[in-house]
Design a protein around this ligand. Sequence first.
Ligand SMILES: N[C@@H](CCC(=O)N[C@@H](CS)C(=O)NCC(=O)O)C(=O)O
Length: 239
Amino acid sequence: MESSKPTLHYMQNSGSQQSLWLLEELGIEYNLVLHNRDGGRAAAALKNTHPLGKAPQLVTGSGRVIAERSAIAYYLIETYDSAGRFKVPAPGSDGHDSANNDRFREEQLLSMGQTALNQFFSLKSTLGGIAYASPFFTRPIILGVKLTIERVFLDAEIDNVLKFLDSELEGREYFNGTTEPTRLDFILQWFVDFGVQAADVDLNKYPRLKGWYDRCMSRDAWKRALEKGNGYDLGFWRE
Ligand SMILES: N[C@@H](CCC(=O)N[C@@H](CS)C(=O)NCC(=O)O)C(=O)O
């Protein structure tokens, strides 16, 4: 256990919310530094702590800076979850739900969020953002390109991954079959929310995924994180 408190650098309207959610779930003491976006981009001050200058960042009790949400979640759970509340039970132990639910399945699902969903939703929301920011006479052209890309491959690819994730929740409250969220849920929740808020994903087509998404956001720790942060609206670029 670290001696001093960790510090979360949180930026409004970003995946910092999921790191704050985990800190609240853990119930530990921490410092919170709130950054506003600067013209939609990262606050310049985030470069003072990490060369990439992105959010979230976690400064550990011993001064080490950790970037990347999945690494932050990994570190926080390893360091502070001594009761194992948010860890995946070992195969064969109580609370473990199937022979194939192991580190390899977890890695596969994490990667689907970080690679497939992230690139699909980034493409969709970037095209939407460019159309939104462009002069009204070029907007229909950009929207036409966006609709063509969506029709030719993008929407089918997204549907493919979301259907798979939905099937992985068969008989499970959270992705690892636990009764509490694990790192997989803290990370995948971000990608699904990115899709819902910024890329027009309709979760009603994926009822198990929708149930899981609502379950995550009905947790007291999620709500406390929303109150402590300085805003969480992933469609902010439409304003
Ligand atoms: N792969 C990083 C993503 C970091 C990142 O790109 N964060 C976004 C907010 S969700 C950001 O800082 N955007 C502002 C910018 O790129 O200017 C992670 O998982 O933490």
